[in-house]
Design a binder for this molecule. Sequence first.
Ligand code: AP5
Ligand code: ZN
Length: 218
Amino acid sequence: MRLILLGAPGAGKGTQANFIKEKFGIPQISTGDMLRAAVKAGTPLGLEAKSIMDAGGLVRDDIIIGLVKERIAQDDCANGFLFDGFPRTIPQAEAMIAAGVDIDYVVEIDVPDAAIVERMAGRRVHLASGRTYHVAFNPPKVAGKDDVTGEDLIQRDDDQEETVKKRLSVYHEQTAVLVGFYGKLAAAGSAKAPKYVKVDGARAVETVRDEVLKALGA
Ligand code: AP5
Ligand code: ZN
C-alpha cells in the first residue's frame, strides 16, 4: 500500500497517519518530521530549512525530492509507505511519477481554514516520533508528556498564529492545486492511477479515522 495524505497545515495528516501506519504496517514518511530532525541535529540541510520553515514557506523542490527518493529506497519501504506532507507542489508530484512511484490512494483531509488556527494553538508534539496531541481535542494521557515514551511534549516554532496564516496561504497557492492534479489522474482511471478519497476532517479524530480506514478497505 502506497498512499498520500493531502491536506492543509493542521488538517490532521500526522494524527491520521499514526492510525494508518499501525493498521497497514507501513512507514510514515513525513517531510516535515524529516526537516525538523535535520534542524534539531544542526545539519547543513537543517540550517538552511529552519528559517524557511519558521517563515511558513516551502523548502526547495530539489532538496525535498532528493530526501524522499533516498528514504523510499530503504528496505522498510519495500511493502509500501505513507506520504505525509509530500508532495506539496506539482513538481514534487511529477518527480514521483517520473521515478515510476505508483500510488494506490490519495486521501484528502478537508478542514476549513477557520478551524486550523485553533488546532495549531493547542498542538503539542513529541519531536522524536512526530506523535501529535492537542490540549483539548486529543490530549495525552499525562499533560505535557508523550503517551509512549513519557518524554516532554513541545510546541512547534511554526505554530505561532501569524506563521500558521502564512502556511495556510502557501497551501492555497501551491499545494491545493494537487487536489485537482490527483483528482484528474484518478478520474482518468488508468491501471496505475491512484484512487482518490476525500474525507471531511472537521469532525472528531476517531470519526475521521474510522472513515479513512474504511475507505482504505481496512
Ligand atoms: P509539516 O510538518 O508537513 O506541516 P504541515 O503540512 O503544515 O502540517 P502540520 O504538521 O502542521 O499539520 P497536520 O496536518 O499533520 O495536523 P496534525 O495531525 O498535527 O511541514 C512543516 C514545514 O516543513 C512546512 O511549512 C515547510 O516549510 C516544510 N516542508 C514540509 N514538507 C515539505 C515539502 N514536501 N515541500 C516543501 N517544504 C516542506 O493536527 C494538528 C492539530 O490538530 C493537533 O494538535 C491535533 O491533535 C489536532 N487535531 C487533529 N485532528 C483533529 C480533529 N479531527 N479534531 C480536532 N483536533 C484535531
Ligand atoms: Zn504534520
